[in-house]
Ligand binder design. Sequence first.
Ligand code: NAI
Ligand code: MG
Length: 355
Amino acid sequence: RHYRIAVIPGDGIGREVVPEGVRLLEAAAERFGFTLDLRHHDFASCDYYLQHGRMLPEDWRDILKPMDAIFFGAVGWPDKVPDHISLWGSLLQFRREFDQYVNLRPVRLMPGVPSPLAGRRPGDIDFLVVRENTEGEYSAVGGTMFPGTEREIVIQETVMSRHGTDRILRFAFDLARSRPKKHLTSATKSNGIAITMPWWDSRVEAVGADYPDVRRDKYHIDILTAHFVLNPDRFDVVVGSNLFGDILSDLGPACTGTIGIAPSANINPEGRFPSLFEPVHGSAPDIAGQGIANPIGQIWTAAMMLEHLGETDAAAAILAAIEAALQTEEGRTRDLKGQATTRQAGEAVLARFLG
Ligand code: NAI
Ligand code: MG
């Protein structure tokens, strides 16, 4: 087993946490007997933009397409380059051009992490949010009529295709089927959004007919957000359109403590293009350069990438090391009320991994 991985740290704390993730990847390769060809790139960063006038080199598709996966840090430095340029010029290009139509985020309460939700213990909260990542509410169809006048009208259409909807639902049902609870929850709003959302519900029914072993239910997005906070133990796999999934995939990790430990994946399940793995957090300019960022989101991201590549034992071993490290003083950075530096927290996970 040999994997070619593009490593793109990006900006800010991305450059501090990616090396900690790489350390675990290399240790996992050695322990589990696979090899890694890591290709480090400085593009998709604001410094690259200031030097070259663009976020990516002309031939970025040729560079990245042959990779088995992309290991990404974070992009954005608003004082140097406006966010719409840095994000649209890099991450959003990858997602669209590489048809990464699944955005997957685990939501799990970990030991050692104080939950903002009273009375919840590790094990109580353990679910996955599956977000449609390419169409839906985030469309370019629309426009403004009579701009700047009293008659101003602004329109933006939701675009849902059967192809695009069914493939995200199938991914979510397959995922639910692979888990012990076999339970899928769909986010809807068919009472208010009376064309696209009843249709979305009908596709959940149609695709769900092929998964009689998966229990399914649905909630309107408004009450669903309340349940995330009040009854997070109720969920297993939660699937939503681009907008609803976006909201839920930030709310979920927030319910489990710090965004500093949360990972995410942008997946092209067919493997026609490389998938991209990144922590949920951004470049954190407020703490960048101090060596105090929590590296665990990036390390958990490494585990997610290995799982995607089929290295499930290595992924499980990294996750176990994270859980063990979080219960020690050396494993906790300031966002977790600890004193550890980025390096020390990364070292704590590595030590548990080597064990
Ligand atoms: P952010 O996630 O960078 O920071 C939000 C807050 O969480 C900050 O107070 C930060 O210090 C803290 N934080 C984040 N990660 C942490 C970690 N690993 N350890 C400890 N504390 C951590 O979000 P913000 O400030 O809204 O965005 C900053 C820049 O990052 C912007 O340019 C934004 O566009 C970009 N961004 C990029 C993302 C990506 O690459 N996927 C995702 C989110 C934001
Ligand atoms: Mg978001």
